[in-house]
Ligand binder design. Sequence first.
Ligand code: SF4
Ligand code: SF4
Length: 495
Amino acid sequence: MDDSDALAATTSLCPDCLEQVPGQYEERDGGVFLTRECADHGTASRKVWGSFDHWDWAADFGPDPEFDGGDLAVDDDHACLAVVEVTDDCNLSCSYCFASSGPGGAHRSTEEIEALLDTVEDAGGRPIQFSGGEPTVRDDLPALVERARNRGIDHVEVNTNGIRLATETGYAQQLADAGVTAIYLQFDGLTSETYERIREVDLVDEKHAAIDACREADLPVVLVPTVVPDVNDHEMGDIVQFALRNRDIVRSVNFQPVAHFGRYASNDGRFAIDDATRLLAEQIDVLDPRDMLPAPCCSAYCQIGTAFVPEDTDATAAAGCSTEETDGQANCDDTRTDESFVPLTQYVDDQLWDMLSGMVDEGDYMELLAGTAAGEEWACKTAGCCGVDVPGGVEGLFDEVVPVSFTGFMDADAADVNRLSNCCISVPTTDGDLVPFCGYNMTTEDGEYALRNRNDWGGRNAVDGDRPAADSAAGYQGDGTATDGGCVPDDCEGE
Ligand code: SF4
Ligand code: SF4
């Protein structure tokens, strides 16, 4: 490796085999590249950050983790969230799916899920997310939620495409009654074309119906857009505005620039989170890219975020949409006039900083967000579950905030073992370990889940290349008439 442009050395992984190899970050063409050399597969150099200036700025937020050479297990007290996979089955067959799931995938046995929950409980009962595949294709999902809650796990969210919530009357309430605390809703945009290109079927109506159902059941929603360049990156600003208008039930937005692990349509290079942030700032007048601050929890390059707050709190009374406002008719509102919102950094700097003086300092910014009611879901994955103590009383000031964050999941192109070693989003194994989410899902260019195989972490070995075609009758067709593996929504009741 030429070290003329070297910024820092790290331990990386070869993208072809995911074996550990020395790597270094390099400044080149205004951006930052990760270069590594594998004895078997040669040199690989991939762009991981769009702007060197931004990379340099972000570094100050730390931490700067260093792999100690041990295993990659996530420390119990550092795991903000544990992702519990309950099935490989799904009623969709998306073009991008880190789990490479689809119709016909296998469910995990109840015994296996109990073993995964044992791992979480032994780690102190960290917040969990039931995921898959599509967890709602399992008719016993509410029972699984109850099992988790009965173990004392207080925060149980469900990662879902929302189809069953949208199409089965009463399902959202069923999940709420079972003890689900939040819905982590796949939400890629507001247009049919976006869903047709990423999910292979138009799901606009289903997304709105799912949010309305959650509103009726008082089930908080986190919007989770997968952002693909030149497909839906132009919709990010609209998604934020949608979240702000519906903040009575939408608690936060977590953008996930597409990472190339699992199944993906094409790998045209990384969509770095600093590039995504600049694009979002172009779409929201009041947002400066550097309002989005790196989380101090895992690595400065894993997650960045801010929170939007109403500029005039008097205006908030008329905001959002609720069953009360609509005479009992839940109605997800896409049309209200935008209010004026500002990123919390600006608001705090200008109006509240003196008031908060002595309670928080600038370095506690993320912790401040963690203490807000609306920030709970998102902050849980950053600073909030890591022992941060937010001063009492601050929360009430920020009931109206909507956190907006970007997570830069690490695929083989960006593989950095130092980052993995300080990961805070974990996957439990049946052997009692919590392992880093990105490591668990990272695939070689041949589609092998190499780290999970090598370390016996469980899950399927390789990407399933035999998914049904987009027009197959095996998946959801967009009209509530066909699903696979679970049951057709509305025919599921009583099963
Ligand atoms: S909804 Fe799409 S991304 Fe999610 S598990 Fe199913 S196929 Fe994968
Ligand atoms: S899941 Fe990936 S991006 Fe998130 S904290 Fe862990 S290593 Fe970082």
